[in-house]
Design a binder for this molecule. Structure first.
Ligand SMILES: Cc1cc2nc3c(=O)[nH]c(=O)nc-3n(C[C@H](O)[C@H](O)[C@H](O)COP(=O)(O)O)c2cc1C
Ligand SMILES: *[C@@H]1O[C@H](CO)[C@@H](O)[C@H](O)[C@H]1NC(C)=O
Ligand SMILES: *[C@@H]1O[C@H](CO)[C@@H](O)[C@H](O)[C@H]1NC(C)=O
Ligand SMILES: *[C@@H]1O[C@H](CO)[C@@H](O)[C@H](O)[C@H]1NC(C)=O
Length: 493
């Protein structure tokens, strides 16, 4: 390969000629500036420079070879010509490094919020903003978990609960637990190895992982991290260029993925303002387009809609069925009517989800939609032993999972907690988060007087307040005055 000096690369630092170094290779991305789904600003920020550190967390290693013509690669940079700049550690970074050094021992982590608390202190600011943010005012983000508090349990006692079995199956595949790791983009923002950490932990816990289209790891890397026979599902963002989607789907099937989850709730990305603010800080404020907010917004929206097709509709299900034998599940159902349509169009299941509160703010929590969706499916004649209904969003306790199963869900998806656990404690962290939920769930089953998943039904939950969003309760002032709030685990700063 041709060697070029870093000094020569540095000259190509403008929109007219934009070269970047990634993993020692030089790429001419001038023609790609307007196409880049992440916008051109970030490319121009690294124009003429080594962009590997910024590239790695958010792109699978094979993405350039997959989507850009080979001519964009101009050869390799002459390593001897690279001058390494020494970076000053900011005060924030010093605090973060201290928090990393002093994080609690994993055995001290007792619930999912402990992991979130440590993640908040130890993640890079951009990663925390991307993972934790929700859309607009984050009403739906908070409601996702809060809605579970409006459901009350009806425990039965004097039942022999010596042996409890919570194994189940998802789309006919065995799972040790009615829970799967759902698809979240950009795993390497939180952990240098990215999604393969989740793949390994899923195997260790014998649960299923839903692999994201926008993973930081390549599909090959994730498949490679799984063991023979480990069940993996594939989450798809449908591309405007259906040939690209077709190729992705065929590859996922050929590599052994057992189901296709098509994400339907993101024809345009929601406004996640914490995340947007981070990008403002990270990108230099003196770029030309920054003077005109409107142009930039259009640019980003256009770039994204090129990648995720806003034209996706029910008729497309037929086409997907023609190109794959994998069962199709629609992810992002938010009302009973659409649940029934998914069944009518021949899908194998649905995920009731609002994308973790990251898309349409004030869309309802999945747990609130669930009872009406199950009722409508039954009324339409759906056989719920052959049509799986999953929910995700705000699952943080074993009792949340119990409530979902009671109301008709086959399993639940777990999103952010897996990211936080992975980012803070790697494989062990994810394993522990799943194990904690299993332990909690087992306890809830015993205290509810059931010994297997099929015994759990809607008679065990009181949902009379679930749909009530103005549930005023008399405040217990005396008790509140003396009550000591639970504190999440803190790093010993
Ligand atoms: C950081 C992050 C990235 C996500 N990326 C995707 C994605 O690429 N595709 C997708 O279908 N859903 C994505 N989601 C939504 C999740 O699959 C899931 O619906 C949601 O996280 C569940 O809520 P929870 O985080 O409260 O568990 C993402 C969620 C988060 C938090
Ligand atoms: C309770 O169930 C266990 C396991 O099924 C069984 O071995 C045991 O004899 C039962 N106990 C009673 C008192 O029935
Ligand atoms: C597959 O995994 C093995 C062992 O973990 C590793 O050595 C190899 O590089 C991996 N290959 C790919 C394509 O990721
Ligand atoms: C729920 O299960 C209990 C005990 O198995 C059963 O008696 C009851 O009829 C079931 N209720 C519903 C609504 O399915």
């Amino acid at each position: 390969m041709k060697l070029t000096s870093a000094l020569e690369v540095a000259k190509h630092n403008s929109p007219e000629s934009c070269w970047l170094i990634i993993h020692g290779k030089i790429y001419d991305l001038t023609e790609f500036l307007n196409e880049h789904p992440g916008g051109k600003k970030i490319l121009l920020k690294y124009a003429g420079k080594d962009a590997t550190e910024a590239f790695d967390p958010i792109h699978p290693i094979d993405i350039i070879a997959k989507y850009l013509p080979p001519e964009v690669c101009l050869g390799e940079v002459d390593a001897s010509t690279i001058i390494v700049e020494k970076k000053e550690e900011t005060p924030e970074e010093k605090i973060r490094q201290t928090a990393i050094r002093n994080k609690p021992h994993i055995s001290e982590m007792l619930n999912l919020y402990d992991f979130e608390a440590v993640a908040k202190q130890t993640l890079r600011a951009d990663a925390w903003a991307y993972y934790s943010s929700g859309a607009d005012d984050e009403i739906t983000l908070r409601e996702n978990h809060n809605a579970f508090h409006r459901i009350w349990l009806k425990p039965r006692v004097m039942v022999n609960v010596t042996n409890v079995d919570f194994s189940t199956n998802l789309l006919g595949h065995k799972s040790s637990f009615p829970l799967y790791i759902t698809a979240c983009a950009l795993g390497k923002l939180g952990h240098p190895e990215g999604e393969v950490v989740l793949t390994r932990a899923a195997n260790q816990q014998k649960i299923i992982q839903l692999l994201p289209t926008l993973a930081s790891c390549s599909l090959d890397e994730m498949i490679n991290a799984s063991i023979v026979g480990q069940v993996l599902f594939y989450q798809l963002y449908v591309n405007s260029d259906r040939k690209i989607s077709e190729q992705i789907v065929r590859t996922a099937e050929a590599k052994g993925c057992k189901a296709l989850f098509i994400t339907a709730d993101a024809p345009q990305l929601g406004r996640r303002e914490k995340d947007m603010r981070q990008k403002f800080v990270i990108n230099p404020p003196d770029m030309q387009e920054d003077k005109d907010l409107k142009t930039r917004d259009e640019g980003a929206a256009r770039a994204i809609s090129k990648f995720i097709d806003p034209g996706l509709c029910w008729n497309d299900v037929k086409w997907f069925k023609s190109i794959t034998k994998m069962p199709i599940v629609i992810k992002g159902i938010q009302c009973a009517e659409d649940a029934v349509l998914a069944w009518k169009y021949g899908c194998a299941g649905i995920v009731i989800s609002n994308h973790g509160g990251r898309q349409l703010d004030t869309s309802p929590s999945a747990i609130e939609v669930l009872p009406s969706a199950i009722a409508a499916l039954k009324a339409a004649g759906a056989d719920l032993t052959k049509f799986d209904v999953y929910i995700d969003g705000g699952i943080r306790r074993g009792s949340d999972i119990f409530k979902a199963i009671a109301l008709g869900a086959k399993a639940v998806g777990l999103g952010r907690p897996t990211l936080y656990a992975m980012s803070t404690y790697g494989d062990e962290g994810v394993e522990r988060v799943i194990q904690l939920l299993k332990d909690e769930f087992e306890m809830v089953m015993r205290l509810m007087g059931v010994t297997s998943i099929d015994q759990i039904n809607s008679s065990m939950v009181d949902i009379s307040n679930l749909g009530n969003h103005i549930a005023a309760a008399p405040r217990d002032y005396l008790s509140a005055g003396v009550y000591e709030k639970m504190q999440p685990k803190q790093s010993k700063l």
